[in-house]
Design a protein around this ligand. Structure first.
Ligand SMILES: N[C@@H](CCC(=O)N[C@@H](CS)C(=O)NCC(=O)O)C(=O)O
Length: 228
């Protein structure tokens, strides 16, 4: 079993966290030729990471990969045992993808207030607030996404929150961090970070993301100086 990806991606981090919690050693390899490259598209036609290869069969999409790992390695279970709990955990994962993840891109390039379109920032802030509210609404009993053991929903949401904590919340006061203060997402984040396996996994992702952001900044600065 091999996972194409880089841990700085929140989608790859979801799979990595899921594997960590299961105790699976999942070897990771960078996408040959880079994301979206012709070379990588010959392996995965979407050009995206994560991409799992098992017995020469490719599996795309982070959520599908996690569901596959759940079936191949059922212990410890990372979906609740009851159907309602399962649906709640899956909803947190799906709501993250549909109602949280897409709102980040329009803010890229607007960190500098001089390059800011306030109407776009306000629109994205409202979209984030609605997305967080949906996610919190559909969580099960706490403190984690569903109960007191991490499941699929936690693995999906945590990397996105981690990413927003580095790339959005500190730069856009309009976008409120839902894990600060009181409320369901604050309760969730505190409990997840304190979990003996989930906490270190979140930390590992944060380190990888921080390194990637430094690399990206240096690359952009180099380009700005005409370094190609
Ligand atoms: N829905 C996909 C999203 C994966 C995704 O967008 N990955 C990004 C990295 S964060 C990527 O590979 N982008 C390269 C591209 O779009 O060419 C999943 O859940 O796996």
């Amino acid at each position: 079993m091999k996972l194409y990806g880089s841990l700085a991606s929140p989608y790859v981090a979801r799979v990595a966290m899921f594997a960590d919690l299961k105790g699976i050693d999942l070897p990771m390899e960078a996408a040959p030729g880079g994301l979206g490259s012709d070379e990588f598209r010959r392996i995965n036609p979407t050009g995206k990471i994560p991409y799992l290869v098992h017995d020469d069969v490719g599996i795309a999409e982070s959520e599908v990969i996690c569901e596959y790992l759940e079936q191949v390695y059922p212990d410890p279970p990372l979906l609740p045992s009851d159907p309602l709990g399962r649906a709640q955990s899956r909803m947190v994962s799906r709501m993250t993808d549909l109602y949280v993840a897409p709102h980040n891109s329009p803010l890229m390039g607007m960190k500098n207030p001089a390059h800011r379109d306030q109407a776009v920032v306000d629109r994205q802030a409202a979209a984030f607030a609605a997305g967080f509210s949906h996610v919190a609404h559909f969580m099960g009993p706490g403190p984690l996404a569903v109960g007191d053991r991490p499941t699929l929903g936690d693995c999906a949401l945590a990397p996105f929150i981690g990413m927003l904590k580095r790339t959005v919340f500190p730069h856009f006061a309009e976008v409120a961090d839902p894990t600060v203060g009181a409320g369901r997402l604050a309760e969730w984040w505190t409990a997840l970070c304190a979990h003996p396996l989930a906490g270190p996994s979140i930390e590992t992702y944060d380190v990888a993301l921080a390194e990637f952001l430094i690399w990206l900044q240096e690359r952009l600065a180099q380009r700005g100086r005409g370094g190609g």
